[in-house]
Design a protein around this ligand. Structure first.
Ligand code: XIL
Length: 433
């Protein structure tokens, strides 16, 4: 871990007087990394990059190192987008997780068309070429991803590799990987394996067998994609610990938790605490920087909202890691707004704006609603409006007490007379104090 942190340009200062104020720095003080999935096509967006560079000290390419991205045609490799991410990360002292070498998904069609002997050599060639290209630059590789079935069977999932090469493809991939980059930690990575269940037990038994027979494996990744149907399991820590007790590191590799406000924040706290309670849990990666680019954007599962505001979940994670930010005490007040059309008639519609406090409690808020002439706002409720001279821009403040707890929401409503134009109003940014 010391070498990883050194590679990540992070110093873990025991007993520092001041609490760390970023996720990466706070995790480093706990001897761990805090990473995020990154997409190369967002590296030109300045708030994306500044949030990434400020808060995180490890990255995982979200799609750019998958087989279809790197070798869409047999033995013709395209490292451009993945290199962009790796170069960005390394030039800033961040560590890089490699994701992923052998997976049934995002796999080009030609692979599934091969016969067994050819498939075996294509798999080994893919591992050798990719790990060779990044040799010495990757702290952990997800060598095999999602090889087990969901549910109670404990069986391997059907895939070209499984179906043609049998169970042995997994250990073959790990042996090839060890030779290709001996310095990289080699991980098995999967989802729905976060708690103790039939699937995680099947993975556990495989890892136990690998350790007993000397098959090279260093770590197990727990994707940790959670929502209300699949919440953070109560035995997350216990499950991480039983794997660690086999002699492997464990990592939370793709954490995201659908939800909002304080309940999402509490779930994040529980997930982070599960890792912190296991000494071999070496780091946490969240599956994206901002809700707006999440693969599950509608579930707003990440730590920064679509405007890169820190969410209550961010503050919860920072606090769990022992850090303290602007939201931790003395507090910078912030809020966000969202708009929806709740009712509509031929001549008018009702709009609703929800105001949500950021990671600190706020005592008041203000936002604007602008309609397009000849539209007119004919009535409002649950707010105290003022108007500009055109009558098209309404500034809304709380009607009475504007206090909101961190992450808490309130809403106001209004009716827009269409006068022939049904377009949505523009809601301005939210300011709070
Ligand atoms: C997801 C990406 O986030 C999406 O952009 C892509 O369309 C599909 O894959 N398990 C994994 C990740 O191991 O690679 C997946 O990433 C999410 C589930």
């Amino acid at each position: 871990m010391a070498s990883l942190l050194a590679a990540a340009g992070v110093s873990a200062l025991a007993g520092t007087a001041e609490a760390a104020s970023t996720l990466g720095a706070a995790a480093a003080e706990k001897g761990r990394y805090f990473g995020t999935a990154v997409a190369a096509n967002h590296l030109g967006e300045s708030p994306y990059v500044s949030t990434l560079d400020t808060e995180f000290n490890s990255v995982t390419p979200e799609n750019e190192m998958k087989w279809d991205a790197l070798e869409s045609t047999r033995n013709s490799f395209n490292f451009g987008a993945a290199d962009q991410i790796v170069n960005h990360a390394r030039s800033r002292g961040m560590a890089v997780r490699g994701h992923t070498l052998v997976w049934h998904s995002q796999l080009p069609g030609w692979v599934g068309g091969l016969g067994a002997a050819d498939l075996r050599s294509a798999m080994n060639n893919h591992i050798n070429q990719v790990m060779g290209h990044y040799k010495g630059k990757i702290h952990s590789w997800d060598v095999v991803n999602e090889a087990f079935q969901d549910g109670s069977s404990g069986a391997r999932r059907s895939s070209p590799f499984q179906d043609k090469l049998g169970n042995g493809f997994i250990e073959e991939a790990f042996r090839t990987a060890r030779a290709a980059d001996p310095a990289a930690k080699l991980c098995y990575n999967d989802y729905n394996t976060d708690g103790v269940n039939a699937k995680s037990t099947a993975v556990y038994n495989m890892v136990k067998d690998f350790k007993a027979r000397g098959v090279p494996i260093d770590c197990v990744g727990f994707q940790s994609h959670f929502n209300s149907a699949s919440p953070v399991p109560g035995d997350f820590r216990a499950n991480l610990q039983r794997f660690a007790d086999l002699g492997v590191d464990v990592q939370i590799t793709e954490l995201d938790i659908e939800g909002s406000g304080t309940s999402q924040a509490t779930s994040y706290t529980n997930a982070v605490n599960a890792c912190l309670a296991v000494s071999r849990c070496t780091g946490i990666t969240v599956w994206g920087v901002t809700d707006k680019y999440s693969w599950r954007a509608s579930g707003t599962p990440l730590l920064f909202d679509g405007n890169y505001n820190k969410k209550p979940a961010y503050n919860a994670v920072l606090t769990a890691l022992g850090g303290s930010g602007s939201g931790g005490g003395g507090g910078s007040a912030a809020c966000t707004v969202s708009y929806s059309r709740t009712d509509e008639w031929s001549d008018r519609f009702n709009g609703k704006v929800t105001v949500t406090a950021g990671s600190s409690a706020i005592s008041t808020w203000t936002t604007t609603v602008t309609v397009t002439s000849p539209q007119k706002i004919s009535s409002t409720w649950n707010g105290s409006p003022t108007w500009d001279s055109s009558g098209n821009v309404m500034t809304m403040k709380p009607n009475g007490n504007g206090s909101l707890a961190a992450g808490a929401s309130t809403s106001f409503g209004f009716t827009v007379m269409k006068n022939g134009n049904a377009s949505a109003p523009t809601v301005g940014s939210c300011t709070a104090s």
